[in-house]
Design a protein around this ligand. Sequence first.
Ligand SMILES: Nc1ncnc2c1ncn2[C@@H]1O[C@H](COP(=O)(O)OP(=O)(O)OP(=O)(O)O)[C@@H](O)[C@H]1O
Ligand SMILES: [Mg+2]
Length: 312
Amino acid sequence: MTEATEAPQSTESASAATVVASTRDELRAARAALTGTDVAVVMTMGALHEGHADLLRRARESAEHVILTIFLNPLQFGPKEDLSRYPRTFDDDMEIARAQGVDIVFAPTPDVVYPDGDPGVRVSAGPLGDMLEGKSRPGHFDGVLTVVGKLLHLTGARKAFYGQKDAQQLLLIRRMVRDLDFPVEVVSVPTVREHDGLALSSRNTYLTESDREVALCLSRALAAGAEQAAYGPSAIRRAARAVLVEEPLALVDYLVLVHPSTLQDVPEWYRGEALLAVAARVGTTRLIDNTPILVGPGGGRLDVFSQADQES
Ligand SMILES: Nc1ncnc2c1ncn2[C@@H]1O[C@H](COP(=O)(O)OP(=O)(O)OP(=O)(O)O)[C@@H](O)[C@H]1O
Ligand SMILES: [Mg+2]
């Protein structure tokens, strides 16, 4: 885990407007210096892209103050996952933070977040955490929720912004906030894509040029599925599957059309909002993508789920 301890030390690198805090004391001091109490948080693992910038922009629009957290959380990486090679671009991240008017960047090392080492007590994601992403990444969502809970406490934020790209993570954070009574409003942000449809992701930097071509089949499959929204679940699944089978170099982990709050496959008679989600390995990189869909006559692609389905 020592690979994760590269500390962004300098406070000078921040402009007067954006304060960098890497310890709990620095965060407390920076937090106390904010004039208002309306604080939003955007949580990231760094290597920021336009998707993160959009989260920050929306947070900025809806709250008086914005805290950006940059933390590579060892707890959510499996033993065979890519923590040590994860891209680190702190200076570029600071540029984006400043451009978006972020008040505080909290960029701690693991020993700051977990001063006693591995936490004995963790948040359990429950059965939803064992489905889809959780099947391939055991313990991942317990690690995510544990750090999200800690960062909500440490930042004292009352609004938290997350990307729809990580649909299961978003669902589980909403559930945690509701089930454990966190006084926080969770806001979903639509997935930001490249001009050709590829969902932005920090891990896209691992893709070779030819991997990137292959990777386009994920967003193409979602688009093809969504086009069949009016005709019901099997038409949607069939159209999406047909795109993926044309690309044997994408090793598909799952392609599902599920209910947005239970993640169970929707039955053929289902009409309403559903999540079409895909995960595949392309080269050495595991990619995920999804789209919310309104299934049924007049249906089609949605940016995010409606409030009724969001549960908090
Ligand atoms: N393309 C995107 N559009 C909108 N939000 C995004 C996008 N990609 C990531 N996010 C959101 O940014 C936040 C931080 O995510 P994270 O740091 O894991 O970035 P990432 O690009 O998903 O990285 P990785 O590829 O390693 O998972 C999450 O709420 C995530 O959903
Ligand atoms: Mg991510």
